[in-house]
Write a protein that binds this ligand. Structure first.
Ligand code: UN1
Length: 497
């Protein structure tokens, strides 16, 4: 049967790619289930999208910010009305259970309503001038065409937390979603249009790295926001550095949950199960290291083993599924490779470690929840991002050692500490080198209205979400108004020249 063909959104219309190429989008829980065919776009499609986005920008930048915000409010309403349907189609194309895809849509709704109100703030400053009868102020201006390159793991939330602030700030947007999750992006763009966004303000260009590269390299796209691997992020960074583009990078993590001897172990157990195996470990915030203090180590590993063993793998749309598939075969091979590396380096596989292929699982890319014990800080599984359901357990004697170990990796996105000691909790907030630290909560679950991002190799200093992202998507402009009626020379007339 011929598959449904989806199109790009360029020039205010749904159009086929100039390459003529399409690729199937399959359900990772069952590869026989093909969702549709989506464009594999090339540089000519990107060029057409940029030309259109420039026209869109000329119109949109003149629309008052509160009215831009009104469009986002309607977007939030439409997402809320279609939450269940979007969650279901999202699970079908990327696998995580429905409860999680509902959360993903909710993050988009929250981001929309926050953005709507920001259209009425977008604060600048008014400050005293050093000269009499002179006004001094700063305000925010849009930048231009924003190119957004987004990953598969949060198919709705991540595009929204880049696109909505960009739009409220008055930029036009070109979205290049991950090739594994084009359907969610398609629906998001439909909703933006239905909410009244002028059609040339949003472009959707489907495709793989070729389309992403063309977008990043295009001279008329001054703003790039990328979420994905550190490896690709470095290449994006090199290009943007050379071309003087504004760039936000959100990349890898090697996030740790620390459980100290005095912790509430039941609470810590719930936290690590959710943090390590939620989204099949495919979050940049996923818990991939568990740092246990010596006294509770053995007991906690046993508790964890028993609970993790009972997690049910399956189609995320089926009731009772705890853990969905990995996104594709390449991802599963990578996880498998890391389990082999762990064994070679001397760690012990306490649970899992294999593909899961029984019964219906045979048609998807499933992998057993895996726990590695006896992991040493120098082991690769203690240092490198795996992006799968693999948890490396490390043992320490003291809280100091735990904090140092948390910091002893190249990444710095999130961390978590379980303790009942308020002094240790606050020390952790101060001392852990991460963009986000949770106390008595897992490493995942950042809220849409707070700044999100990491330090070291995780990012390049910017934050998404919250109030900070609006700075990224706008340019500061300063205005001086001299109403003295004569030439006043700053620095000279005030302090003598
Ligand atoms: C990601 O994994 O790329 O904090 C984003 C969380 C989510 C976002 C994760 N709100 O886990």
């Amino acid at each position: 049967m011929a598959q449904q063909r989806f199109l790009n959104h360029i020039g205010g219309a749904w159009v086929a790619p100039r390459t003529g190429a399409f690729a199937p989008n399959v359900n990772p829980a069952d590869h026989r289930d093909v969702i549709g065919e989506f464009p594999r776009s090339g540089a000519a499609d990107v060029a057409a999208a940029v030309a259109s986005a420039q026209r869109g920008f000329a119109q949109w930048k003149r629309t008052p910010a509160p009215l831009r915000g009104d469009v986002l409010r309607r977007v939030g309403d439409l997402l809320a009305a279609r939450k269940e349907e979007i969650a279901s189609l999202m699970t079908r194309e990327m696998g995580k259970p429905l409860a999680e895809t509902r959360g993903d849509v909710q993050e988009g709704i929250d981001t929309a309503y926050y953005a709507a109100t920001e259209g009425r703030r977008m604060f600048g400053h008014t400050v005293p001038s050093e000269l009499a009868n002179k006004w001094a102020m700063s305000f925010r201006r849009p930048i231009g065409v924003a190119g957004l390159v987004t990953p598969f793991n949060f198919p709705l939330a991540i595009p929204t937390w880049k696109a909505f602030p960009a739009l409220v700030c008055g930029n036009s947007v070109i979205l290049k979603p991950a090739e594994d999750v084009p359907h969610t992006a398609h629906v998001l763009v439909e909703i933006l249009l239905e909410a009244g966004l002028p059609p040339e303000v949003i472009q959707l260009v489907h495709g793989d790295g070729e389309a992403g590269r063309a977008l990043v390299e295009h001279p008329d796209v001054p703003v790039i926001s990328f979420t994905g691997s550190t490896e690709t992020g470095s290449r994006v960074g090199e290009t943007c550095g050379r071309m003087h583009k504004r760039l936000s990078l959100e990349m890898g993590g090697k996030n740790a949950q620390v459980v100290l001897d005095d912790a509430d172990l039941e609470l810590a157990l719930e936290g690590v199960l959710w943090g390590a195996f939620g989204t099949t470990g495919q979050r940049c915030t996923a818990t991939s290291r568990l740092i246990l203090q010596a006294e509770i180590h053995d007991r906690f590993v046993t508790m964890l083993h028993d609970r993790a063993k009972a997690l049910r793998l399956g189609d995320g749309r089926a009731a009772g599924t705890d853990v969905g598939p990995l996104i594709h075969e390449e991802a599963r091979e990578k996880v498998e490779r890391y389990v082999a590396i762990a064994r070679d380096e001397g760690a012990t596989v306490a649970l899992g470690g294999h593909r899961a292929t029984d019964g219906a699982l045979a048609h998807g890319t499933f992998f057993e929840p895996t726990i590695l014990v006896g992991v040493q800080p120098a082991h690769r599984v203690a240092r490198e991002e795996i992006f799968g359901p693999v948890l490396s357990v490390l043992r320490v004697e003291t809280a100091d050692e735990a904090f140092a170990l948390n910091n002893d990796v190249a990444y710095g996105l999130s961390s978590s500490v379980y303790t009942r000691d308020v002094r240790l909790a606050f020390r952790a907030l101060q001392e852990l080198d991460n963009g986000i630290t949770y106390v008595n909560a897992p490493t995942i679950g950042a809220e849409a209205h707070l700044p999100f991002g990491g330090v070291k190799q995780t990012g390049n200093g910017h934050r998404e979400g919250g109030w900070e992202v609006y700075e990224f998507y706008s340019e500061t402009k300063v205005g001086y108004v001299d109403y003295s009626g004569r030439l006043q020379r700053a620095q000279l007339d005030t302090y003598g020249g």
